[in-house]
Design a protein around this ligand. Structure first.
Ligand code: COA
Length: 216
């Protein structure tokens, strides 16, 4: 049976440490989300967020109670390099939306984001009792699509030409991974189990209201 544990305070991987954000991380968020290159990959709106928008986003969606958000640190140095989160945690249906931003651009393409996603999926499926993790990604963000595929997400649909960026329309790709798919990859001996997970997810989703906001 899926263990009943509250959302973690710390998750330790091979090269990545996930832990709850500290209020002092706001200054780093301002730098990340004020960067047009990060905004291009992560925002529905064209252009970066204003500093006051970032502050509101940080208060509501990063250190607030509405999402389960973890800071991504390099395990060896403790450097803060990004943020990842589950929003819209839905206990009735055992589902959540996943979001990740490695804000430090010199850490793109070095496997840290994929490891953070792997750790979040393991937590979702073995501790939080979730059944389905979904996300959306812009079709021009090939690095992200590849990273999500490496973590086990499958493409389940496309919103055709939903995003106007760089002078043309792009599709928005929907991806998801289900608990039994994840178990088959990582815990083949438990692939058929976990049917009590919905009840567990309901417990943990209490107080985690559906998140709004403009970031993926
Ligand atoms: C998306 C993100 C989380 C991925 O994490 P990461 O640690 O950089 O990803 P990885 O290094 O593990 O993997 C990237 C994969 O994409 C491939 N890749 C990199 N750049 C690419 C490109 N321009 N086109 C196609 N593939 C690319 C890499 O080769 C690698 O695949 P491989 O391991 O099979 O060789 C991270 O880059 C990030 O946060 N980027 C900025 C914000 C963002 O895009 N967030 C997601 C919004 S939906």
């Amino acid at each position: 049976m899926t263990p009943r544990t509250p959302p973690a305070e710390r998750i330790v991987g091979e090269r990545v440490l996930l832990r709850r954000h500290a209020p002092a991380n706001l200054a780093t968020f301002q730098r990340w989300y004020g960067d047009p290159e990060v905004a291009r990959l992560t925002r529905y709106q064209d252009g970066p967020m204003r500093p006051d928008e970032i502050e509101r986003f940080f208060a509501a969606r990063v250190i607030g109670p509405d999402t389960f958000t973890m800071a991504i640190h390099v395990l060896a140095t403790d450097r803060l390099i990004g943020s990842c989160a589950f929003s819209q945690m839905d206990g009735d249906n055992g589902s959540a939306l996943y979001h990740i931003t490695i804000g430090e651009k010199d850490f793109w393409g070095r496997g840290y984001g994929t490891e953070a996603t792997d750790l979040m999926l393991e937590h979702a499926f073995t501790q939080l009792g979730l059944h389905r993790i979904a996300l959306s990604v812009f079709s021009f963000n090939e690095r992200a699509v590849r990273s999500y595929q490496k973590s086990g997400f499958l493409v389940e649909g496309r919103a055709r030409e939903a995003i106007w960026r760089g002078g043309r329309f792009w599709d928005e790709i929907s991806m998801s991974v289900l608990d039994h798919e994840w178990r088959r990859r990582h815990r083949p001996e438990h692939a058929g189990r976990g049917d009590a997970r919905r009840e567990v997810a309901e417990d943990h989703a209490e107080g985690l209201a559906a998140g709004g906001g403009s970031l993926r």
